[in-house]
Design a protein around this ligand. Structure first.
Ligand code: 13P
Length: 273
């Protein structure tokens, strides 16, 4: 094997650090065509390439102040080739705002080979179980990255928060979630990793912000930046406000600014232990 060149290592390290700069996180706008269809259906908008283009244009043409709290955007393949009304590539809108574009490289979920209809994210578990499974998964991830000689300083981890399943009867406070999440990370994620950017995973916008705040507040060590890479928790209000109507583009963008700011603040709650 070959390690990446020092120049490439430096570039990767800089990108990773810029993404998790204080108060910043990622907008996950990488919904596949099918997933975007579900989001658009919720607001009564047809899932056409043109409507997906218009929606992503709304997101990426938000007031440049957005870049105070959004450092990177994850794109779906199709978006890479789409243009704004004035012909600017959508990616160009991000670049103008100093936002780093990235692309989803996985091709969606597939049934687990060798399992009997096994599902991966059901609501059958309490917080302790979620923490244990997260630890097992992350330990395997970092063993594999070590086996493959991956340059950790040039990477970010995008995991779940440790939360109880949706059907779990026990209730937990954001601090419980924060403690379980940071504990699982401390046990498995090397300190060489510059940042951890959580997905929202079906939490409400409010929960995702409050829990991120708790993660950055609990009395535990935090050798990495802990911030957001939210899809639904940055876009639910945007979609509702827009509802597919041109006259609602600005109100939609205002919702995005609001959520980005709240999450930027939550990522900086840190009171050092
Ligand atoms: P959610 O924040 O909606 O879970 O999606 C994030 C994600 O994984 C997409 O990249």
């Amino acid at each position: 094997f070959q390690y990446p060149t020092p120049e490439l290592q430096e570039e990767l390290r800089k990108i990773a650090q810029a993404i998790v700069a204080p108060g910043k996180g990622i907008l996950a706008a990488d919904e596949s065509t099918g997933t975007m269809g579900k989001r658009l259906q919720d607001i009564g908008v047809e899932n056409t390439e043109e409507n997906r283009r218009k929606y992503r244009q709304l997101l990426f043409s938000t007031d440049p102040a957005i870049s105070e709290n959004i450092s990177g955007v994850i794109l779906f393949h199709e978006t890479l080739y789409q243009k704004a009304d004035d012909g600017t590539p959508l990616v160009g809108l991000l670049e103008k705002r100093g936002i780093i574009p990235g692309i989803k490289v996985d091709k969606g979920v597939v049934p687990l080979f060798g399992s009997e209809d096994e599902c991966t994210t059901q609501g059958e578990h309490d917080l302790d179980r979620a923490q244990k499974v997260t630890e097992v998964v992350l330990a395997a991830v970092y063993k594999a990255l070590s086996d493959h000689h991956v340059y950790l300083e040039g990477t970010l981890l995008k995991p779940n928060m440790v939360t109880a399943g949706q059907a779990c009867k026990k209730t937990y406070t954001p601090m419980d979630i924060g403690r379980a999440t940071v504990t699982a990370l401390l046990r498995t994620v090397p300190a060489a990793v510059p940042g951890v950017t959580f997905l929202s995973g079906g939490q409400s916008e409010e929960e995702a912000s409050v829990n991120l705040n708790a993660i950055n507040t609990v009395d535990l060590k935090r050798p990495w930046a802990l911030t957001f890479s939210y899809g639904r928790a940055l876009q639910a209000s945007v979609l509702r406000a827009w509802a597919g109507k041109t006259e609602n583009v600005l109100p939609g963008q205002q919702e995005l600014l609001k959520r980005a700011k709240a999450n930027g603040q939550a990522s900086q709650a840190s009171t050092s232990p």
